[in-house]
Design a protein around this ligand. Structure first.
Ligand code: 5CA
Ligand code: ZN
Length: 409
């Protein structure tokens, strides 16, 4: 599947910083020390309603990760999936009386437009689950042949007990895991399972639903977690640097993904760090497709919002914080964008060398974008109040804001 066009990332003078990120599996900051090519997997959308501000906030966080790496002159190998067949997509298509594939295609197209408008860097591989099925089937077969999976009425389940490290990603107690499993696509109450938490690797074909040839698995379609594992291992391999997503993916999705991969390969870790963005809420509740309390990037754009202002609105919140979207958040970002644009449009200004270092340091410190924004604000205030004599400063600020924050001034 094709991704979307990349915007240029200007090179900055000096050198970037080593990134420290919060890792869910250790609940602490870890220094990410990638090789010359940093490897990143970020879970993509389930395309039945794209792209709300919660999605945009999460993808913005992992865009910053890439920008910090690029600033250290590394290459980034970024992979993202699209869950283009899954229960919620099929249910929504059925409710709308629409073909599920047409719904997915339309929402993916909209997602690409939103990502392009927000200047979010595209993945090198953007992989749909449907196109990945021929690679997923042998992975499930291997798990089954290794005794890590079992059949129940034609469905194939992963046995969480086959991974001695199961539980190490999200570190939750049994009761919480069971509750989250029920809430997030699992079926802990189904009779006949070895462990209530065991997730499906393969769903036997159901009447009225799409299904594919699964070789020795029979016709069916893949379970949710194995899709990301098959895609990530295919393109990145074990031990990649960062597995990213929103905090709602820590359990069960990233927990199960790590277990699937560890049992498959006999290696550990799946990812060196599991990094999770906070949840964006609207009217006091997490923005979610199932609740329908959504603000869409495309609707804001249609209503005339500058994508750069939308991006600044996201950047005004620390990526790990849960926060609430309001009109005031966007209004504040519109004003900030205008102040910054005015400040960089002057022919000269106060030196920006220290500002570049401050922004670098803030982002390297667990992506502290609010601190980075405050530093640019301070430069813009100084520019407004007293100006300066450095003819290179406005250009440097605008290149830095573009390179490190993805905002075109
Ligand atoms: N297709 C799966 C991942 S394999 C999925 O979770 N799709 S999604 O469309 O539901 O979410 C896409 C990404 O947006 C995930 O990383 C999810 O954690 C994140 N996300 C969803 N809702 C919010 C929200 N309200 N705030 C922040 N991030 C969110
Ligand atoms: Zn995923």
């Amino acid at each position: 599947m094709h991704a979307w066009p990349a915007s240029d990332v200007p090179a900055l003078p000096g050198t970037g910083r080593v990134l420290r990120l919060h890792d869910t599996s250790t609940d602490g900051l870890v220094t990410i020390d990638p090789g010359p090519v940093a490897r990143l997997y970020v879970c993509g959308i389930t395309p039945y309603d794209a792209t709300h501000l919660g999605h945009a906030a999460t993808y913005n966080a992992f865009d910053l990760v890439q920008r910090v790496w690029l600033d250290t002159k590394r290459q980034v190998h970024y992979v993202q999936n699209v869950t283009d067949v899954d229960d919620p997509l099929l249910e929504r298509a059925a409710a709308k009386g629409e073909d599920w594939a047409a719904l997915a295609e339309r929402e993916i197209a909209l997602f690409r437009e939103d990502m392009t408008a927000l200047r979010l860097l595209p993945p090198a591989q953007y992989v749909g689950v449907v196109e990945a099925i021929p690679g997923i089937v042998p992975v499930v077969e291997r798990l089954r042949d290794a005794g890590a999976a079992y059949e129940l009425d034609g469905d194939i389940y992963f046995s969480v007990e086959s991974d001695p490290r199961f539980g190490e990603v999200a570190r939750l107690d049994a009761e919480t895991m069971r509750a989250l499993s029920a809430e997030r696509g699992g079926d802990p109450d189904r009779e006949g399972k070895k462990n209530p938490l065991d997730p499906k690797l393969w769903l036997a074909a159901r009447p009225g639903e799409p299904s594919w040839d699964g070789g020795s698995l029979g016709r069916g379609r893949p379970g949710w977690h194995i899709e990301c594992v098959a895609i990530a291992l295919d393109h990145l391999g074990m031990g990649f640097d960062v597995q990213g997503g929103g905090s709602d993916l820590a359990f069960p999705h990233h927990e199960m993904g790590a277990s699937h991969a560890q049992v498959l390969t006999g290696e550990h870790p799946y990812a060196k760090a599991y990094v999770h963005a906070g949840m964006v809420a609207l009217d006091g509740e997490k923005m979610s497709k199932s609740k329908g309390n959504l603000v869409f990037v495309s609707e804001l754009r249609r209503a005339g919002a500058d994508p750069a202002a939308i991006r600044l609105a996201l950047l005004a919140h620390h990526y790990r914080a849960d926060w609430e979207w309001t009109d005031a958040v966007l209004e504040a970002a519109v004003e900030r964008l205008a102040r910054w644009r005015a400040a960089v449009s002057r022919p000269d200004g106060p030196s920006a060398d220290a500002l570049v270092e401050t922004v670098r340091e803030a982002l390297a410190d667990d992506l502290d974008a609010p601190r980075a924004l405050a530093a640019v604000d301070a430069w813009a205030v100084a520019q407004q109040a007293a100006g300066g004599t450095d003819p290179g400063a406005p250009g440097l600020v605008s290149r830095m804001v573009d390179a490190l924050l993805g905002v075109a001034l």
